[in-house]
Design a protein around this ligand. Structure first.
Ligand SMILES: [Zn+2]
Length: 462
């Protein structure tokens, strides 16, 4: 029989990491009741008759992960490009991946979906607590229409940020994206699709990125373009007999550039809105936008800004650290995304991620989307701890207490194992934090022995 959230649940004998960045109890206990944490204590707790007791020996007990930058988890227009919504079963798959990797709260930053598109009425409620942002300003909508916009209906095009905040949007963004700013989604989707249509040849996203940089330069302004490199790449991609350098150049320019200036203007619209409405804004951060972001941080000191995926693969390691330091000194929060750079490593490696963590400038860790290849946040925390880049409490805070502090509208009531906080609690393996054994969302057990299902501590005795 399913337990009700009014029963006490007591977790004992686990290593307890509270999420505040410094506190860890080698052995401790966490007690919850009715969706709220009512006690956190060091040492072995009393096993009283009426408690539902979970023995977490050998495991680490921590707050449920808060992911401040993800895509693909709502049923409305996807990505800052306002592309068609994902299939409901894809949304469920992505939500399950997040949940099963310890995430209880997620901010979907596609930006042009509306709050009533979080739930699809045809599907059962999912235990992952999903929130949305808004980017409904003229230039951001215009940038979406310039690259795709096929998911945008009259409702989305006419929505304003005022209305969307009233309806429940919790932050601004994502300002720009790989689709609108010549970034990752251009490399894995738009450029390969355009080249496939023109030549019949499918190229790897890494080749798309190289071709793009040879044509447009790293900042998309032509300053570092290289016609010699383009010739060489055409040969190595097997395109030299399919398309001329001239035609490929114009194909890439017309694929990448139409939304870029609109999107950069959209950054400014959201900085202005952030200052006016007091909500945080999440900004795509990559080589082509770094200067704009730095300028806005200076021009809008009252705007709360988050530099998203500060480890973006367009940066060199030294460069991403330099930009992050400059932004941080101007009050901008630094987020790094797992992308596919932790365990998948199909397109991206961990160099920039490591450089930023080792420089000590990172505030939060999110997943972003990476074309669906995103690695889990706990896998990233495991990497950080395993490599000794940070201690365990500081690593855990990057995905719990810090996110709660930077995005209080989303997660101010959670992200810490502390009395009065929402009972989002993960029980993970101590030798590999990425292996999630049990998970509680709002005091309800939602993952049991690694599988999504409701359960009661009496199941542990079976
Ligand atoms: Zn982005």
């Amino acid at each position: 029989m399913a337990m009700t959230v009014t029963d006490d649940i007591l977790i004992i004998n686990g290593r307890v990491v509270t999420g505040d960045g410094s506190t860890v109890f080698d052995v401790g206990s966490v007690r919850m009741r009715g969706g709220t944490i009512i006690d956190v204590a060091a040492g072995t707790a009393e096993r009283t008759e009426n408690n539902n007791v979970v023995d977490a020996a050998g495991h680490t007990v921590m707050p449920g992960v808060i992911n401040g930058h993800a895509h693909g988890c709502v049923h409305g227009p996807s990505m800052p490009s306002g592309s068609l919504p994902l299939a409901a079963s894809d949304v469920e798959y992505f939500r399950n991946r997040h949940l099963l990797s310890g995430t209880t709260t997620l901010l979907n930053v596609c930006g042009l979906s509306l709050p009533d598109e979080i739930e699809d009425r045809g599907h059962l409620d999912h235990p992952l607590d999903v929130h949305v942002t808004t980017a409904h300003t003229p230039s951001n909508l215009g940038a979406a229409m310039a690259i795709d916009g096929k998911g945008l209906t009259g409702r989305h095009l006419n929505a304003t940020i005022e209305e969307t905040i009233e309806q429940g949007a919790k932050a601004f963004g994502e300002a720009g994206g790989g689709q609108t700013l010549g970034g990752g989604a251009q490399d894995y989707r738009f450029i390969p699709e355009a080249i496939l249509a023109a030549t019949g040849v499918r190229i790897h996203p890494k080749s798309a990125r190289a071709l793009k940089e040879a044509v447009l330069g790293r900042e998309l302004d032509g300053t570092t373009a290289s016609p010699e490199l383009l010739e060489e790449l055409l040969r190595s991609c097997g395109l030299d007999n399919q398309i001329s350098a001239e035609d490929l150049t114009s194909l890439i320019v017309t694929t990448v550039m139409p939304p870029v200036s609109l999107s950069l203007h959209g950054f400014e619209e959201l900085a202005r809105a952030s200052k006016r409405f007091g909500l945080a804004g999440i900004y795509h951060h990559a080589v082509p936008t770094a200067k704009t972001l730095l300028r806005l941080a200076e021009d809008y000191p009252g705007a709360r800004m988050v530099a998203a995926h500060a480890n973006h693969p367009s940066f060199e390691p030294e460069e991403c650290v330099r930009h992050a330091r400059a932004l941080k000194s101007r009050g901008v929060a630094i987020d790094v995304s797992t992308l596919d750079c932790i365990s998948t490593q199909w397109r991206n490696g961990p160099e920039n991620f490591d450089a930023l963590i080792e420089a000590g400038v990172v505030d939060t860790v999110s997943t972003d989307y990476a074309g669906g290849d995103f690695d889990s946040i706990l896998a990233a925390l495991q990497r950080i701890v395993h490599l000794g880049q940070l201690g365990l409490p500081a690593a855990v805070a990057l995905a719990t207490g810090n996110v709660s502090r930077i995005l209080p509208e989303v997660a101010g009531d959670r992200g810490l194992l502390a009395k009065g906080k929402r009972a989002d609690v993960a029980i993970v393996e101590s030798h590999n934090l990425a292996r999630v054994r049990h998970l509680f969302s709002n005091g309800v057990p939602v993952v049991f022995n690694g599988v999504r299902r409701t359960w009661t501590p009496s199941d542990l005795r079976g």
